[in-house]
Write a protein that binds this ligand. Structure first.
Ligand code: ZN
Length: 80
């Protein structure tokens, strides 16, 4: 059993989702998820609209990750 919690696992993870039609892995990034409103499957070209309202908790989690990254970048600038 693998008990990893994706929301608590830090560091660089591959972001993406499985295509509901053909099962191919659609690779994306946190930045892309936050800025785009649709993903296209590279295998069957199915267009997946991202419903921001429905997936709001997920986007909140992603925003926190992004904010933490921004903080780190700011700190590293101060340390110069
Ligand atoms: Zn597909």
């Amino acid at each position: 059993m693998n008990n990893n919690n994706p929301e608590q696992a830090g560091g660089q993870r591959e972001a993406g989702m499985k295509c509901p039609k053909c099962g191919a892995f659609i690779r994306t990034s946190i930045f892309q998820l936050l800025t785009t409103n649709a993903l296209v499957c590279p295998s069957c070209h199915l267009r997946l609209n991202i419903d921001r309202m429905k997936s709001k908790p997920a986007f909140d989690a992603l925003r926190k990750v992004q904010a933490a990254k921004d903080n780190l970048e700011k700190k590293s600038h101060f340390n110069r």
